[in-house]
Design a protein around this ligand. Sequence first.
Ligand code: ATP
Ligand code: MG
Length: 393
Amino acid sequence: MFKAFLIKYAEIAIKGKNRHLFEDALVHQIKMALKPVEGEFSITKEQGRIYIEALSEYDYQETVTQLSHVFGIVGICPVVLLEDEGFEKLSEDVISYLDARYPDKHKTFKVNARRARKDYPMESMEINAELGGRILDAFPDMKVDVHHPDIMVNVEIRKKINIYSEILPGPGGMPVGTNGKAMLLLSGGIDSPVAGYMTAKRGVAIDAVYFHAPPYTSERAKQKVVDLARILSAYTGPIHLHIVNFTDIQLYIYEKCPHEQLTIIMRRYMMRIAEHFAKETGSLGLITGESIGQVASQTMQSLAATNEVCTLPVYRPLIGFDKQEIIGVSEKIGTYETSILPYEDCCTIFVARHPVTKPNLNIIKRSEEKLAEKIETLVQEAISGAETIVVEP
Ligand code: ATP
Ligand code: MG
């Protein structure tokens, strides 16, 4: 029954002079999201509104699902757009709309009229009262409830008249691409995909880097990370995923450094390599899925030691989250089921039984000096041997 959607966006409407940039980015993201949907759409901006009109038959459910992935959208309103042909015609149309949309009439309602076009001959309050009366006459089982109506009948008098009574939730946030790009350290775990989602939600485009350690980690573990990137890309758009072979670096650290420091030293090399790719491809920061105290390598001391090798800012959007809260988001965004598949992770293969929880930076640096002979070559080899794939939904 709906041939159009009215898209509501909140945050981006308050950006002053930059507003049109944000709207254009949102329109672009909507276009990208609707590309795989069967059907033809026209997308237009009008006075702080975005309209999507179907020009052909289309899949309603798929359209709504795709739109619910677009950051910047607060509400998706299936809307009926009418030419202004006088109040009599409008009341008839509102009544047939309600009849078709709500087969069960045992409902309360409220008419919420807004006159954005002041040349319309009736004021909002008049429209509310008059239309409310007509609806009551047409459907005796319906009742008015001005505080908590089941159905909010929105009637907006604009260029066309907009009738809608449903606001399906969008993900909020800001359109991807309006806040630069960052490099996500993406593992196969639960946390890092959520960290990528949360950063992208603020308008940041995402690339990713994954470290694996074949043959200690399997092809299936790698595929799992590609799958996670693909799920994320439904929100972020295409992700350039750099897959780095970390085996020789890990073995070399294992050979030269005290085992209780392995995790911290490995993480420092991961950050260095991730930063290399970030700088090479225009990312403005690194993103990890760390949260304070979750494991030994995420104490305040460990995070400080990891951070120390980076010159770009490191964003840790989950820093204050409990595991359960992170799981909640991962279920909502659809990464959880993939994240819990039981494939080995390169970090867990060489972990010490008793890793340091309060690493001393000077001691760590002294251990790293033992790597002086070969580490630069190994890092360069890992970088030049990396495989980059573009992951899309
Ligand atoms: P996750 O669930 O994201 O794997 P985690 O709780 O297992 O996190 P760690 O293994 O300590 O924690 O990893 C902390 C962060 O370091 C991850 O969130 C991720 O950003 C990054 N990271 C860890 N391992 C890898 C890897 N193999 N490749 C890329 N990034 C990684
Ligand atoms: Mg992990």
